[in-house]
Design a protein around this ligand. Structure first.
Ligand SMILES: NC(=O)c1ccc[n+]([C@@H]2O[C@H](COP(=O)([O-])OP(=O)(O)OC[C@H]3O[C@@H](n4cnc5c(N)ncnc54)[C@H](OP(=O)(O)O)[C@@H]3O)[C@@H](O)[C@H]2O)c1
Length: 333
């Protein structure tokens, strides 16, 4: 029997990285063939440390789910940290993986790589067709660089060294292990926390910024992890058939969106908040719609399995179980 590959999950304590570990274990991958390091043990911006790690651990495959991640506030307040850290992590991990003979690597990008005014739903072809959203432009530029790193190593070393580095672009994710920090979190964990606090404080109402009309889509993180493992393991001929050498990334999304009002109501239901939900249209709404087209991945056989109602219940259970004791401080830059 073939020995299972030795797989390095970069960012295994993050929301996505931990879901990839769960997914691999659930698919029967032996735990002893999964390699991990915490941020404290290995700073991926440190090139020498990354090289030593690959030298010692000799992984066969890499899932690159480590990144400096945050919401609008964090991206806007710490743009230098966002572009520097993400560029360094990607460049170090991808180049060092190549130098140590890793042929298979999956890079995780983000839907923010697409232009601010991209046609909806956003297809992979929209990449580099227009200006990006200003608030997270540095982060998005780093993510685009990650895709181009993978493509460039494939183009230069694919034939000679068997390099096969792939990229996936997830939509907004949520689920176990999310970041519930009051200022640095994304919309679902931020609202879960606010609704929970409103419930335990018996607050009669909760006010949401904006009109509630913008539409967004959300994917449960375990669905994302299943997509990652599927894309990593796709037969190369099939992958090549559905991608191009310089347009190789694959969107991962559930394919339908909801208004912020519908989202707030769904979170209120999951948290069992009985008060009133109000909206403050004097506050900015942001882009009216951000929906990704996942037909490329759907034709490759992946579909989201966990709907929003079930996903929010699971996320709230996780928040109650693990996050409440340690919500202070996570991802504080
Ligand atoms: N969450 C979403 O909605 C979403 C949406 C689209 C794309 N993505 C992408 O998915 C990937 C993972 O996101 P996530 O939500 O899982 O983020 P996360 O929960 O913040 O996890 C990221 C992990 O990376 C680690 N990390 C960051 N910088 C590092 C460094 N210099 N050295 C070593 N480890 C480092 C973090 O460790 P510390 O916490 O200890 O720093 C953390 O464990 C990212 O590439 C992100 O862009 C996420």
């Amino acid at each position: 029997m073939r020995t299972p590959p030795r797989i390095y999950i970069a960012g295994h304590r993050g929301m996505v990285g931990s879901a990839i570990v769960r997914q691999l274990l659930a698919q029967g991958h032996p735990a002893e063939r999964i390699v991990t390091r915490t941020h404290a043990e290995l700073d991926l911006t440190d090139q020498a440390a990354v090289r030593t790690f690959f030298e010692v651990e000799k992984p066969d495959q890499v899932y690159l789910a480590a990144a400096k991640v945050g919401g609008i506030y964090a991206n806007n307040t710490y743009p230098a940290e966002f572009i520097y850290s993400n560029l360094m992590v990607e460049a170090n991990v991808i180049d060092t993986a190549f130098r140590h003979g890793v042929q298979k690597l999956l890079f995780l990008g983000s839907g923010c790589i697409y232009p601010k005014l991209a046609q909806q739903p956003m297809r992979e072809e929209a990449l580099l067709t227009g200006p990006l959203e200003a608030t997270n432009e540095p982060y998005a530029i780093a993510k685009i660089a990650g895709i181009k790193l993978c493509e460039s190593y494939n183009r230069q070393y694919g034939a000679s060294h068997g390099v096969d580095y792939r990229s996936v672009m997830p939509t907004n994710l949520y689920g176990p292990g999310d970041n519930y920090h009051p200022e640095n979190s994304h919309v679902i964990p931020a609202l879960i926390r606010r609704f929970h606090e409103a419930k335990i404080n018996n607050a009669p109402s909760i006010a949401i910024w904006g009109s509630g009309t913008p539409k967004r889509e959300f994917l449960y993180v375990d669905d994302m992890a299943a997509a990652c493992v599927r894309v990593m393991n796709l037969d190369k001929a099939i992958y090549d058939q559905h991608t191009q050498p310089m347009l190789s990334h694959i969107n991962v999304s559930c394919g339908h969106d909801i208004t912020i009002r519908e989202l707030a109501e769904a979170i209120g239901k999951a948290v069992d908040y009985q008060g009133e939900i109000t909206f403050d249209p004097s506050k900015p709404d942001g882009t009216p719609r951000r929906l990704m087209d996942s037909s490329r991945l759907n034709t490759l056989g992946w579909h989201a399995k966990i709907g929003l109602e079930q996903g929010l219940q699971l996320a709230y259970a996780d928040f109650q179980k693990t996050a409440l004791s340690s919500i202070e401080g996570k991802n504080t830059p």
